[in-house]
Design a protein around this ligand. Structure first.
Ligand code: F6R
Length: 260
């Protein structure tokens, strides 16, 4: 796993956007794995700026969101379908027909989840998966004790996740109790993983994911199983990493042929 400690959230966004852009420049019809929440917003803003400046074209790329709430309408401003449209599809100039979000309103949620995994496979798999991390170590909405082999499925949100996400809703009781989320097994099939984390509130989860034991109690520790996973963190999110100096040294001495 590559761990890159950067001075601030802006530097995290810049490097994450550069890495996603590099994938798309190599392969204009790349398949992007899309996270929602606060963590990737700076990355999306940087990518949108590159698109607006004519430096990047995402019109042929596809996208698959990690997750969606169950039980709120697609049109709700905080449904992930709405969030992805507002923060990704439109500003990045992606083709809406190529951007997918699990269907949290499906009459048969289990079938919709299976169909989502099939759609990812049909698209050729995800080239680069952007991830945030929950304070409880979740990625996607794979809450603690999620199986490393899990596929896209219905999950019950942990009370901590509902409390953390209450900031997006007028009333905390409005936060859905369930979701559809790509499984850890689904996420691990992406060819490259890029986890971004900023702020002290993520420090413990980042340390558990990177340096803790491989454990379903910290679902993000699944990244340790991936051959191409990078964790991009600001100083605050890195503050509990025991080997921080080694990661700094490694990145400072990264061979040029490995790219940024
Ligand atoms: C969202 C997602 C979640 C978030 C995580 C962090 O699609 O999959 O895992 O990345 O809850 O959320 P923020 O970034 O809002 O702190």
């Amino acid at each position: 796993m590559e761990v890159v400690i950067l001075p601030d959230a802006d530097a995290v966004a810049r490097l994450a956007a550069d890495r996603v852009a590099a994938v798309v420049r190599r392969r204009p019809d790349a398949v992007l794995g899309l996270a929602t929440g606060s963590s990737p917003t700076g990355t999306y803003a940087r990518l949108a700026a590159a698109v607006a400046a004519g430096e990047l074209d995402l019109s042929r790329a596809s996208g698959f969101a990690l997750d969606e709430y169950v039980g709120i309408p697609r049109e709700h401003p905080e449904s992930y379908a709405s969030v992805i449209r507002r923060t990704v599809t439109e500003p990045l100039g992606m083709d809406p027909a190529r951007v997918h979000v699990p269907d949290g309103r499906a009459a048969d949620l289990a079938a919709a989840a299976e169909e989502y995994d099939r759609a990812i496979a049909t698209a050729g798999g995800v080239d680069v998966q952007l991830l945030g991390i929950g304070a409880n170590g979740h990625i996607g909405f794979n809450e603690p004790t999620s199986s490393f082999a899990s596929r896209t499925r219905i999950k019950t949100l942990a009370p901590r996740t509902r409390a953390d996400n209450a900031r997006f809703f007028d009333d905390p009781d409005e936060v859905p109790t369930h979701c559809l989320t790509q499984g850890l097994g689904t996420i691990l099939e992406a060819r490259e993983l890029l986890l971004v984390a900023q702020g002290e509130a993520k420090a413990e989860a980042v340390a558990a994911a990177v340096e803790g034991p491989l454990s379903s109690m910290c679902p993000a520790s699944a990244l340790q199983l991936h051959r191409r996973a990078a964790v991009l963190v600001d100083e605050a999110a890195a503050s509990r990493l025991r080997l921080a100096d080694y990661y700094r040294y490694t990145y400072a001495h990264k061979p040029g042929w490995q790219g940024a």
